[in-house]
Design a protein around this ligand. Structure first.
Ligand SMILES: Cc1cc2nc3c(=O)[nH]c(=O)nc-3n(C[C@H](O)[C@H](O)[C@H](O)COP(=O)(O)O)c2cc1C
Length: 357
């Protein structure tokens, strides 16, 4: 089946964002069972955990789901770069009563092994962010029966995924929570809002486009479809759902978010990501240009974030969330999805009345 066919066949054209650290198979299952499409964020899984996680989802449901990986290179940073990064973090570790960690040997799971595990598990859909796959890898997935979605934050990135043979593009607008998928030029051109990005990508590639970023309810879903997207992808909107694996301090930050709560930062991980602004983001602002690129900084701040979580201190944790976070609602994910679809139908009627259609 084509991706266009799969998305057109969904009862509800909503895709749950894969959310590393905020979701697991239970959210994916609830969303797929409601008639939309759930996603398993597999980037944090060891390669040998991926097959069983996919098998569990497949056993629990006949509905389609996707598996997501982050394309992260194997890195061997200079010891001096790691030492400087740890020195920068030392005051934060000291506040938590900790020494900075020793320089690690490995900074991220082995992407090649994770990729091999996804290929072997052959989920219905696999999505990728942070880079573009080699065409041979896209072909291998397709030969195994897996449709491939590539994440793009610019038209150039969408073209790169189309050239690699992807089945569809997830167009990630600037509003989106969590990491930017950017892998070509970083700058204003990689933080385009969803309303502008989706039509631009649609004009550039002959593939189904999934709109992501800032879609928080049925009005947003209807807007995405009106723009020509084949489906709406939603992440932040699920963060307060019963199935989300969001920690208590993170949840409290979402519930207490002010009027303009999120900012992009690279201070936590070395890659731009959107989260609720806290003290670490503010005070590291002047230094964030100096921190080592993902995954090095990500690995070096992990023990800090874990200790802050253990202490219930949201000021040193990454509180990933998108610009729409104030609209996040609690409840079972399946109910949220069905409600958004009902709202989308009403929104479409409002437009139809106004246009006399
Ligand atoms: C907490 C959180 C974690 C995320 N983790 C991932 C991930 O593991 N892989 C990925 O491709 N995108 C990830 N994203 C980005 C989403 O795929 C998507 O672009 C985003 O949720 C859309 O914007 P929204 O949050 O405004 O709905 C994450 C987003 C959030 C909020």
């Amino acid at each position: 089946m084509s991706l266009r066919g799969l998305l057109a066949g969904l009862e509800i054209p909503i895709l749950q964002s894969p959310m590393l650290g905020a979701s697991d198979g239970a959210l994916a299952l609830a969303v797929s069972e409601a008639g939309a499409m759930g996603a398993l964020a597999a980037a944090g899984l060891a390669p040998d955990e991926i097959g069983p996680a996919v098998a569990t989802l497949r056993a629990a449901s006949d509905r389609p789901f996707s598996v997501n990986l982050l394309i992260v290179p194997r890195v061997a940073p200079e010891p001096a770069e790691v030492d400087a990064a740890l020195a920068r973090l030392a005051p934060w570790y000291a506040e938590l009563g900790l020494e900075p960690p020793a320089a690690p040997n490995q900074f991220a799971p082995d992407f090649d092994a994770q990729f091999a595990a996804v290929l072997a598990a052959a989920p219905p859909v696999a999505s990728f962010a942070f880079d573009v796959l080699a065409p041979a890898r896209v072909k291998a997935l397709q030969a195994a029966g897996t449709l491939v979605i590539g994440t793009a934050t610019s038209v150039a990135e969408a073209r790169a995924w189309a050239a690699a043979g992807a089945d569809g593009i997830c167009a990630q607008g600037a509003e989106a929570g969590g990491h930017r998928g950017t892998f070509l030029a970083e700058g204003e051109g990689s933080v385009v809002a969803t309303l502008a990005l989706v039509p631009a990508v649609l004009a550039a590639v002959d593939l189904p486009v999934i709109a992501a970023g800032g879609i928080m309810d049925g009005r947003g879903v209807a807007a995405a479809l009106t723009l020509g997207a084949a489906a709406a992808q939603m992440g932040t909107a699920f963060l307060l759902s019963d199935e989300a694996t969001v920690s208590a301090p993170w949840r409290a930050a979402i519930e207490g978010a002010g009027d303009d709560p999120t900012r992009l930062t690279r201070a936590f991980t070395g890659r731009y990501a959107r989260g609720i602004e806290n003290r670490f983001m503010r005070e590291m602002r002047a230094l964030e240009g100096e921190v080592p690129a993902y995954p090095v900084q990500n690995r070096l701040t992990q023990p800090m974030r874990a200790a802050a979580l253990a202490a219930g201190d949201a000021q040193m944790m990454s509180l990933w969330a998108g610009q729409g976070v104030r609209q996040a609602e609690a409840g079972p994910a399946g109910e949220l999805v069905r409600r958004w679809w009902a709202e989308a139908k009403i929104a479409a009627q409002v437009v139809a009345q106004r246009t006399g259609a």
